[in-house]
Ligand binder design. Sequence first.
Ligand code: SAM
Length: 401
Amino acid sequence: MPAKNCVIITYKVGPENKELIKIVLERIHERGKIPFVDFMELVLYHPEQGYYNSPREKIGPEGDFYTGPDVHPILGQLIARQLHQMWEILGFPSPFHIVEMGAGKGLLCSDILSYCRSHLPRFYEDVLYILADKSPALEERQKALLLEFSTRGKAKWVKPEALFDEGGPFVGCFLSNELIDSFPIHLVQQEAGELREIYVIPEENGFKEILGPPSTPLLSAYLQAYGSPFQEGQRGEINLKALDWIAGVSRVLQQGFVLTIDYGYEAAELYHPARREGTLLCYFQHTTSPNPYQRIGYQDISSHVNFSALMKKGEAVGLRKMGYTEQYKFLAALGLLADLENFEKSSPLHSTQEFLQNKLAMKSLLIPGGMGRVFKVLAQSKGIGEAKLLGFQDPFPPRER
Ligand SMILES: C[S@@+](CC[C@H](N)C(=O)[O-])C[C@H]1O[C@@H](n2cnc3c(N)ncnc32)[C@H](O)[C@@H]1O
């Protein structure tokens, strides 16, 4: 029987990348044990073998999970309206930088630029879209999709490491969708009254978790600053990389906004004792599993975002919170309901499969139980006075009696 403080988990389920497993085992062999954060970094982002560098489809119907941009181009179109207002608030700067980190297949960029070109031509003239992705394979994919924009000088690529060191200064908006949830996280557990960290070691049939002292004092400091007390036996994730990220963004953003879309909660809800096992979740061919030691190199691993940490760290590095809301409210405030109505009215093809699929996809962005409510939108700003962003106005004001 395993000791109380270790959980044995095997990986003999489904496909697995043997080369990648060898790389992980070598790393553990060198160090004796590795904190979960290092395991996640290797299995997702190893430059040759990591999940995000495999040639397999990851996002969309043929992949492992859906993201908003894959659901319907209306997401990009609505975000474009928000970006347009930001450009107005900033006094029409040229260029207006849209910096998207972690753009995946590049769909959001394509939808935003296409909409601006056709509906907001004056804004389009001033837009310069910069993409930075950790995955060289996805960067290639983005370059292929966005060729028409890059050849006209509207889209360009920067390596994420270079972005924070040599990039900027930017005037415009840092935009991300489902970036922070994919950052490698530290896993921690409260045990015998102390905070312990989860480490990974090999086991005959796979990998085994053991608890050990925190690998860095930053973990306890994080929970004090941005978390809430854990109950005995409670597990959770600590995303230190998200703090570095927001600090990096603020360093290179001279003036403008940060618009972050992701699933997550504020700290009290994220670390609520009811969420005893934390929020770590793996995705493989549209099924989910809590087990990161299976299907190594074939499944995505993610965790919910701590929005309190982004807000508080943001304040500390000069980014003021402008708005925080659920995605369905943000999209409704930007006109999704009206667009849906217009789409219904204007289409002569009401009963065609294409029409119904389109309508259903748009509606799925609004359903509170689906993508709409778990997903949040956070807007922060730097060097901006009082302003009310369109996406954060109440889309459902109470009726006057
Ligand atoms: C879950 S996917 C989301 C893709 C896309 N934004 C979408 O909504 O479809 C996460 C993306 O973030 C990228 N990524 C992860 N960590 C990153 C980092 N530190 N810097 C830049 N990109 C990163 C991954 O390579 C991938 O493209």
